[in-house]
Design a protein around this ligand. Structure first.
Ligand code: PLP
Length: 397
């Protein structure tokens, strides 16, 4: 019998990480694979941020920090919320974590009891479902429609809420769809929440800066629900700092304190040097992010221009983040040159990996099995080459 716990046996490996692993294996064998499966900026962390880390190291800043983060960084995060989101928080409402991922896990584990329902706006980011499962909650995917750019509506939410509903979870800008909620849409969602006082919301805003439509709206901006919204953000995407592992949450003081306690028993918080780098990042404002966004916008347009001519791809125009998420079910049931049948998006992703040497992720892991996710965070010439190959491989089906 396996010595492993039911908990870990029930957990799925992250599909994006699994695909990246396959991709690395092919690359190690010498194949020229273009990896569009990872959600990672291809930019270097800006130099002024690296310099702050070097300085912290030279100063011997190598000791444990307070679990919820160093005071200067928590204050700088409050200043950021004020400047960018017109939100007032005090440092005791901020918990700095080992990436936004840990911030999300802290919140789910701190709020969800076994049997609580968590409404996950779908398509969703892969880890949401698994975190809810880990907390022994029941995840209730609520699926947006292609016609509405996959955005869940307030009416859908109202219909899905039960007396067991504890939490709703979403990302805006959305990974994987790139959809961005408007002020009017979030206002309606806040109105639904105010009719259901037992419902909390986890707003994942990690792609805040990667927004092509302009206005970023936080659900916490609506006063009637502010106390029941936990806002998560981080440095991985906006500052190209994935490897540094730095994210944070802002919440009502009792919820922040619970997340602090959770984190104190699991990681004791994130790296001291990373926190000093994050402090420099925030003090430097968002200029470096704005420069990257211009590149992401150009690449989005470049890719959309190619995929519009791929038959059977239905691709909403992303308003933010760095992915495209075409609906590809037109290819299901077709036969590959080797005689195998493409049954679903996983088969299609594997076919493209082997035939086009382009790696994408099946929408299955995002709650949208009829879709594929391609990252557009790669150099322009790589993207052009990748989608040229994808188009050629699909034409063989
Ligand atoms: N939330 C979303 C929607 C993401 O796409 C990601 C990273 O891919 C994260 C959270 C986690 O980011 P971090 O690197 O800060 O843990």
């Amino acid at each position: 019998a396996s010595p492993l716990s039911d908990r870990v046996l029930a957990m799925n490996e992250s599909a994006t990480i699994a695909m990246a692993k396959k991709c690395r294996e092919l690359i190690a064998k010498g194949f020229d694979v273009i990896n569009l499966s990872f959600g990672e900026p291809d930019f270097q962390t800006p130099q002024y941020i690296k310099d702050a880390a070097k300085q912290a190291l030279d100063e011997g800043y190598t000791f444990y920090t307070p679990v919820p983060g160093i005071p200067e960084l928590r204050q700088a995060i409050c200043d950021k919320f004020k400047r960018d989101n017109q939100l007032d928080f005090l440092p005791n409402q901020i918990v700095v974590s080992t990436g936004a991922k840990q911030a999300l896990a802290n919140v789910v584990l701190s709020l969800v009891n076994p049997g609580d329902e968590v409404i996950v706006f779908s398509p969703y980011w892969v880890s949401y479902e698994e975190m809810v499962r880990l907390a022994e909650g029941t995840s209730v995917p609520l699926v947006g429609t292609l016609e509405n750019d996959y955005k869940v509506t307030a009416a859908q939410l109202e219909a899905a809420i039960t007396e067991r509903t504890k939490l709703i979870m979403y990302s805006s800008p959305c990974n994987p769809t790139g959809a961005v909620f408007t002020r009017a849409e979030l206002e309606e969602i806040a109105a639904v929440m105010s009719r259901h006082p037992q419902v909390y919301a986890l707003a994942d805003e990690i792609y805040e800066y990667i927004n092509f439509v302009g206005e970023h709206v936080s659900l916490a901006q609506f006063p009637a629900v502010k106390d029941r919204v936990i806002t998560v953000n981080g440095f991985s995407k906006g500052y190209a700092m994935t490897g540094w592992r730095l994210g944070y949450l802002a919440a009502r003081p009792d919820i922040a304190a619970a997340c602090d306690k959770m984190q104190s028993q699991i990681t004791s918080g994130t790296c001291s040097i990373t926190q000093r780098a994050g402090l420099a990042a925030l003090r430097g404002g968002r200029t470096s992010a704005d420069e990257m966004v211009e590149a992401y916008r150009r690449r989005r347009d470049l890719v959309l221009d190619i995929v519009k001519d791929i038959p059977g791809f239905k691709t909403p125009t992303p308003s933010g983040a760095f992915y495209i998420f075409p609906e590809v079910s037109a290819y299901f049931g077709r036969t590959a040159p080797d005689g195998s049948t493409i049954r679903n998006s996983l088969d299609l992703a594997l076919y493209l990996l082997n035939d086009a040497l382009v790696s994408a992720v099946s929408g299955e892991a995002f709650g949208a099995p009829e879709c594929l996710r391609f990252s557009t965070a790669a150099a322009d010439d790589k993207l052009v080459e990748a989608f040229r190959r994808v188009k050629a491989s699909l034409a063989k089906l």
